[in-house]
Design a protein around this ligand. Sequence first.
Ligand code: HPA
Length: 269
Amino acid sequence: MDDGNRGGDLRVSLAQELEGRGLGGAELAIVLGSGLGALADALEDATAVAHDELDGWPASTVPGHAGRFVSGTLEGRRVLVQQGRIHLYEGHSPRAVTAAVRAFAELGVPRLLLTNASGGLVPEWTPGTLMRITDHINFQGAAPLERGESGGGSPYDAELGETLARAAAKADIPLESGVYFATSGPAYETPAEIRAAIAMGAHAVGMSTALEAIAGHALGMRVGAVSCITNLAAGLKEDPLSHAEVVEAGSRASAQFACLLRGTVSELD
Ligand code: HPA
């Protein structure tokens, strides 16, 4: 699907639409990954806009992704949540994948917290393990920046990372940290690809997050990211992986995940 221009058009209209419907002005934007939707239901004084109410916004085709933006208060702070992201593997361009992040930046939201479900590359990590992303290896064969925008260095903000770690320690939630290996999907990896990712220094593998992090960082946002490890990656476990297993494990970890994000919001300066 060629939606490159639509993604660009959406960037302008999405910020206006969200603001016009009272969803602007947040201290933090949070993008929720597969099966991790519980947090959106915890917002107080919530206002939601379903993706299908937004002219031209692509409907999510991924089970486990409700499509909506929700704004509300969490721990007394205004947050804006994207529940249901856009993926390259659904046939969308890097521009469309990063359209929401670009809208958040345009609305002046200073921080971006990206979450995802991912496969673990560390054999000891059981499903439900949470990992703070400190850096990534972008193996998606795609880049989100436009002419005049520049990136470089790890897009993940050390200070926001420390806030996540502090919140985890306070809530007694074990939080690993590591490097995220981003693939374009939609197929899960081969065992040989997983061996290569481990050799390259990665700790988790997934099909999202990298482009959004690059765009958010380039647009001046402080970016943090957390993976929920839903399974051991290919070759590290016996049976083949299914999307249903990923959503199931994500949902089971969802409450603890929501607790970590809530703690992080209350720890923001
Ligand atoms: N690989 C890629 N993406 C994923 C995985 C995985 O093992 N688990 C959840 N998302």
